[in-house]
Design a protein around this ligand. Structure first.
Ligand SMILES: Nc1nc2c(ncn2[C@@H]2O[C@H](COP(=O)(O)OP(=O)(O)OP(=O)(O)O)[C@@H](O)[C@H]2O)c(=O)[nH]1
Ligand SMILES: [Mg+2]
Length: 326
């Protein structure tokens, strides 16, 4: 194709640029946030091995330049620039409290207004009721392209990947079924190609240098919560919320002061988080400070407190205050 031909092709197809909003949904712990971070090439969403880690819908802006097959051009391959606005959502699950219901609501609201949906299932687990439940909900959405992703294939034998793919295909009608590993990146290129192929032509929604819609203050609070998830067990990680009250640079810009509070539901949990001689809180603080320093690119002074808000997960006011209301 010479230069003139290319121009006329672009004119016919609008500007040839593709873009759109793409939601990732699935059960808790399937690896949605891991995929988001892999594609964003940065930690935008926190990750843990505990279910219900993500509590907001989190956008990452992925600018891509892919060649994909088309019937339009002479050689069957057309290079396409695109912007994928990927939206991570809380895992859909059977809720036990007001927070759980709100997390499900946040995930469902996201589905209403996207250009494509990625439904993620975990290849290393039995594909079961929780997945079927979500698949049934998705079946009522007929006009949005849907891609089923079988994640964590690095954890299973090749033969079992085939078996799981067959089971996954029974979950409904999808534009594609793609096995991948959000940890190693295997299969991610195929997913990106597929997403771009189903996206409409559209504008660049966000500037090139923008990675996420999450303010630094929120990410900093999440980095603290991630360490709590890492270091605590049973009910404690689920009952924790983190709020950054203040974040400001000192006059010489060398240090950022951050004042944050970890909220728990009970006095006993407060004791666990502070730990013997304050050891636990110190550990949470120093681990999250390192992450926040990387995020901000400057030295950080982190002041962490622990406070009790009794049964906050049952109280809409606190769910809203902590920023978990959509
Ligand atoms: N081996 C392996 N582990 C993975 C992969 N993707 C995610 N994980 C792990 O699975 C766990 C859950 O990952 P997350 O990304 O937090 O899962 P999520 O779907 O966002 O979970 P929720 O936010 O709770 O809905 C973490 O321990 C990840 O390290 C993968 O491709 N391979
Ligand atoms: Mg998540």
């Amino acid at each position: 194709m010479d230069e003139d031909d290319r121009d006329s092709f672009i004119d016919k197809q609008g500007n040839g640029f593709k873009s759109g909003f793409v939601a990732i949904v699935g059960r808790p712990n399937t690896g949605k946030s891991t995929l988001l971070n892999y594609l964003a090439k940065r930690k935008v969403a926190i990750i843990s091995d505990k279910p219900q880690t993500t509590r907001n819908s989190i956008r990452a802006i992925i600018n891509v330049d892919v060649a994909y097959k088309t019937n339009v051009s002479d050689n069957g391959m057309q290079k396409h620039e695109a912007q994928i606005v990927l939206i991570d959502t809380p895992g859909l699950h059977k809720p036990k409290d007001a927070l759980g219901s709100q997390l499900n609501q946040t995930a469902r609201n996201t589905l209403a207004d996207v250009d494509a949906i990625i439904f993620m299932v975990d290849a290393s687990q039995i594909i079961g009721r929780g997945d079927v439940y979500i698949a049934n909900e998705l079946s009522s959405i007929t006009t949005t392209p849907k891609i089923l992703v079988l994640n964590k294939v690095d954890k299973v034998e090749e033969h079992d990947i085939e078996v799981q793919l067959e089971v996954a295909k029974q979950l409904g009608r999808f534009d594609a079924v793609i096995p991948l590993s959000a940890s190693t990146g295997r299969g991610v290129d195929q997913l990106v190609d597929k997403i771009v192929s189903v996206l409409p032509e559209g504008p660049k929604y966000y500037p090139d240098d923008m990675i996420t819609d999450q303010p630094e203050k929120i990410i900093a609070a999440e980095f603290v919560r991630e360490q709590v998830l890492e270091l605590t067990y049973e009910e404690v990680p689920h009952g924790v919320a983190v709020e950054v009250q203040e974040m400001k640079s000192r006059k010489d810009n060398a240090i950022v002061d951050i004042f944050a509070t970890i909220f728990v539901e009970r006095e006993s949990q407060k004791g666990i988080l502070i730990g013997k001689e304050g050891k636990m809180l110190k550990e949470i603080g120093s681990r999250s400070r390192i992450e926040i320093e990387q995020l901000l690119g400057s030295q950080v002074f982190l002041d962490l407190r622990v406070r009790v808000k009794k049964d906050w997960r049952k109280d809409e006011r606190y769910i809203r205050q902590f920023g978990y209301m959509d």
